[in-house]
Each structure stands twice: as structure tokens, then as C-alpha cells.
Design a protein around this ligand. Structure first.
Ligand code: NAD
Length: 289
């Protein structure tokens, strides 16, 4: 197991209580370890203690938690957009609505998407353990793959801030339905299925570039960041706003922030603990009783 991290300098516990968010790891000290570097047990043990001491934990998950389930991220080294920057256009509502070819391509890509056959990995399962322990405040996910629900976290604890690929929606009348129904129509020969009640353009129920987030979801994310004792950010580059703002919001509110990601993020030097490694390995080490 390989975990990248920074070494603890001093404890922030007194009498078993978490005292605050003072940075206890050196500034970017030993940020890059060779591949064969053994686990930084100190960083993991410290982050585990922070989590165990907290009565409530908010989680922000990103595409990185699902790469070990076979779903590529967008901005990681093997990310979809890193390898093919043009693919970002397909995720823009204006292109989707204006260009029938973009929609036909999008439906073919959906038909072949790994998202509909992927299974949760040990990282998702560890977050189910966190909920079972009674300490999960809210699980805000940028992911559209539905794997937190499939893993067993309660839907009412989850905010799918960028929507879900498991449902379709009509751009015109707002009608929604299970994605399997729309995919069955594509398999049956419709290249660009339209809404049956109103004839409008159909897309997946995800938030595309150019669309606004759902205000109530954003409010829940902000509340989670400021209310929970600890914010655990997992598998996200923390570069997609406004949801990445959960981290500075939590820091400003005096909450502990733990970052688990394969690569450095812009917030590493401000976090209480940073562990660079795979979420499917690190989360069980942090959260499994
Ligand atoms: P991102 O692509 O910007 O960043 C993902 C981060 O995860 C990267 O920094 C990468 O280094 C890290 N990472 C990759 N594999 C990891 C692993 N095994 N363990 C830990 N970290 C790992 O993703 P984002 O910040 O979530 O934003 C991209 C947007 O694209 C999201 O908002 C989401 O809506 C969408 N998206 C979703 C999925 C999905 O649902 N699974 C997949 C790709 C993109």
C-alpha cells in the first residue's frame, strides 16, 4: 500500500478532544515520494484520529474515488479531458442543444459508458462504514455515476451536486425518467431520442457546463462544510467551482480538513492532513473500524 503524505509535527489533541485545525504537517514537506515509498503511517494514523474524534464528518467526493471502479476521471493524468481536451465541448449545454451531431455522439458514448456497469470499490464502501458509525453529516459528490447510492449510502445523506447519469431529463419541459428507458430507445434505432410528452431535446440528468447548479443542493453543500467538525475531500482536484469552495468555507469556519487525492491540490498546504494515494486504499485505512 502506498500513501503519500506529510509528517505530523505536533498533536492537536488534548484530553481526547480535537482542538482545532492548526496545520500539523510541514509545508509541502516530502510531497513527492517515489512509487515504492512505503505507507506514511504517521499521516494516516493522524487523519484517522481526527476522523474518530469527530462527531460529524462531511465528505466531498470527486471522480478520483471512482477510477478504481474503472471510470476514468477528467483532469487526472489519464483523464478524459487530459487526453482529449476537445471532449470538454460535449459537456457544454449550448453545443448539446444546438448541434444534433453532438447529441448523436453523446448517445453513442452513453451506450458504451462504463458508468452503467461499474461497481463500488473499497473507497465507496468505507464511506458506507462512516455512515453506519452515525457520523456522516452529508456526502456531497461531484460524481454522476451513482456509485455512492449503489454502495449503500442513504440517498438522503447524498447530494449529487452535478446530477446523475442514471436518469434522463427533457431540456424543454423538465420531464425525467430512468436512463435505461432512453438507452433502450437508442438501442432500438433512435439516434437522438426526444421527449415523448413534448418533443423536447433529451439529455442525461447531469449539470452541464453553462447550466446552474440546483440552489438547494449548493446550500446543503455549504451547510455541510461549515456545520460538520471535519471535511474529508476525496478524489477531487478541487478545481471545479463552486463546490471546491467547500474547502475554504470549512477552513474559515474553523473545521478540520482532510484531503485524500492521488495528486496535490491547491488546498494541500492549508489542510489539517493530506494523504496522497488511491482512495480505494486510503479510505478503508482511515474509516474502517
Ligand atoms: P477531476 O477529474 O477534476 O479530478 C479527479 C482527481 O482525482 C484528480 O486530481 C486525480 O489525481 C485524482 N484521482 C484519480 N484517481 C484517484 C484515486 N484512485 N484515488 C485518489 N485520487 C484519484 O475530478 P473532479 O474534481 O471530481 O471534477 C470533474 C467533474 O467531472 C466532476 O465535477 C464530475 O461531475 C465529472 N466527472 C464525474 C465522473 C464520475 O461520476 N465518476 C468521472 C469523470 C468526471
Amino acid at each position: 500500500m502506498k500513501v503519500h503524505g506529510q509528517r505530523a509535527r505536533r498533536t492537536v489533541f488534548k484530553g481526547g478532544r480535537l482542538l482545532g485545525i492548526s496545520v500539523v504537517f510541514g509545508h509541502n514537506e516530502e510531497m513527492v515520494f517515489p512509487d515504492d515509498e512505503p505507507i506514511d503511517a504517521t499521516a494516516v494514523a493522524f487523519a484517522r484520529r481526527v476522523l474518530e474524534s469527530a462527531s460529524s464528518v462531511a465528505v466531498l467526493s470527486g471522480a478520483g474515488i471512482s477510477t478504481d471502479s474503472g471510470i476514468p476521471d477528467f483532469r487526472g493524468p489519464n483523464g478524459v479531458w487530459t487526453r482529449n481536451p476537445g471532449a470538454e465541448k460535449r459537456s457544454t449545454i449550448q453545443h448539446y442543444v444546438e448541434d444534433p451531431q453532438v447529441r448523436r455522439d453523446a448517445w453513442q458514448i452513453r451506450l458504451q459508458s462504463d458508468m452503467f456497469s461499474a461497481s463500488p470499490n473499497d473507497g465507496h464502501k468505507a464511506l458506507v462504514e462512516l455512515e453506519r458509525s452515525g457520523r456522516l453529516h452529508t456526502l456531497v459528490t461531484q460524481n454522476i455515476d451513482g456509485l455512492h447510492v449503489i454502495a449503500g449510502n442513504s440517498p438522503d445523506k447524498i447530494v449529487e451536486i452535478h446530477g446523475t447519469v442514471h436518469r434522463w431529463e427533457c431540456v424543454n419541459c423538465g420531464a425525467r425518467g430512468p436512463m435505461v428507458e432512453a438507452l433502450d430507445r437508442v438501442r432500438a434505432g433512435e439516434e437522438d431520442p426526444h421527449c415523448l410528452p413534448c418533443g423536447g431535446i433529451v439529455k442525461s440528468a447531469t449539470i452541464m457546463f453553462g447550466q446552474s447548479l440546483v440552489a438547494a443542493d449548493l446550500m446543503r453543500a455549504e451547510l455541510a462544510a461549515t456545520e460538520a467538525e471535519v471535511l474529508l475531500a476525496v478524489g477531487t482536484s478541487l478545481s471545479v467551482y463552486p463546490v471546491a469552495a467547500m474547502v475554504p468555507l470549512a477552513l474559515e469556519a474553523g473545521r478540520a480538513v482532510i484531503i485524500v487525492n492521488a495528486e496535490p491540490t491547491p488546498f494541500d498546504q492549508h489542510a489539517t492532513a493530506v494523504i496522497h494515494g488511491s482512495a480505494s486504499v486510503v479510505l478503508p485505512a482511515l474509516l474502517t473500524p
